[in-house]
Design a protein around this ligand. Sequence first.
Ligand SMILES: [Zn+2]
Length: 300
Amino acid sequence: MQAIGVDLGGHKVVAGLVQGDSIEKKIEERTEPTRKPQPVIDQIARITRELGAGEDIPVGVCIPGGIDAAREYAVMVTNFVGWNGLPIRRMLENAVGGRTAIENDANAYALGEGFAGAAKGMTDYVVLTLGTGIGGGIVAGGRLLTGAHGIAGELGHMVLGYEELCGPGCRGFGHFEAMCGADALERKAKEMGLGEAPVLKDLWLMREEPAVAPLWDFALNNIARGIASLMHIFDPQLVIVGGGLRKGPEFMELLETRIPRYLGEPFKRTMNLCSSVLDTDAPIFGAAASALARKNPAPL
Ligand SMILES: [Zn+2]
């Protein structure tokens, strides 16, 4: 069974023809520069047609923003112009000329790991992506958790702190991402006097130096607290960590040792943590999986 998954980002759009566990063919382009709905949709339609989209091969597109519970409308796509409130799925379907689905990008990442990655065959798992921002998705009882309004699973906005102000488009206080997102950690490093433009990757390699160690104590402990909370709430079979931060040498090992301290007794025995296996391909697999899952388009 084939499907096309499209990962739409602010800078690039990557589309892949998915067959089983592999991507047979991939096309990557710079995102249409106006980022307005119709030109971007036309770009996606052209790329997916090159990959064979049509009657037999459905298309799933992951959107870098909020979508409604029925997966029809864009609700809040902050980095794109004029998308909010538009029936994006139907507009895509008209342009592509075949069955389409839309999904939020972080949720698509989670669906991808279940479709072809670390959580294949699992019914209950959590994906947490640690990058510039913090995102993720939750699959519970075999279904993606979407919530009443379609926006569940905003793992980066768990409140783990107090006064840290979250970025534009959120503006809440004390959010996980405002504490442990890569941008936030670099800001914190600067405040700690670790340089004018500190680079997280370099600071990780210096993690044992006395001046740098407190930064990573803060980051690892808070990420561990976040994961422990997710385990208590969802009782997952597996927690998958994605994003750039985890790629530092020994990052996953050091993170794993910090989690049990925050876990209740029964959860210490069920802890199961791993690194994402699909990495940047995960949203492509996830978008393709949503296209395959969407058998009966909702009437509009
Ligand atoms: Zn926030």
